[in-house]
Design a protein around this ligand. Sequence first.
Ligand SMILES: Cc1cc2nc3c(=O)[nH]c(=O)nc-3n(C[C@H](O)[C@H](O)[C@H](O)COP(=O)(O)O)c2cc1C
Length: 160
Amino acid sequence: MSKTDATKAVDEAITSRRSVRAFLDMPVPRETVEDILRVAAQAPSGTNMQPWRAYVATGETLKKLTTDVLAAHSDGSFERRQSWKYYPDKFFEPYLSRRRAVGLGLYSLLGIEKGDGVRMHQQMGRNYLFFDAPVGLMFTIDERLEIGSWLDYGMFLQTS
Ligand SMILES: Cc1cc2nc3c(=O)[nH]c(=O)nc-3n(C[C@H](O)[C@H](O)[C@H](O)COP(=O)(O)O)c2cc1C
């Protein structure tokens, strides 16, 4: 089967995607961010409810947000309110091994020894800095919605 250039471009976008945990300090034009979200919003959703909301933070707003959240993470005042269950209470195979493999891989690349709680906590804090990205995107879903809408929400996130 020969693929069209458009199909190849979509394949390339999917297969070249990876988690990036370091960013250059280069501004991203507002139009680029708007374009990403406009395209992502073409994701399908059950009964076209489009159950997602995106917030974009840059510059001083991003700095204040990340500083405050990181401070709360560091001094332990970070209060997690989770109105949904994210993971099972106890992990099981084959997921347990996969989780361990990615954790070990990440920490060994970063030179963090097993059991080094301080550095693990610091690395977790990098999440709250958006890994120094110049743009922070935050996505939310109305918590009154149910699992079907979470599927839609996930499709929107993937397309972003
Ligand atoms: C919902 C979700 C949450 C994640 N949380 C984190 C995280 O807190 N810290 C992190 O470094 N990576 C996080 N990741 C990235 C995953 O570890 C990563 O997607 C997975 O290891 C596969 O690697 P890849 O994205 O480079 O293909 C998350 C990914 C998803 C989809």
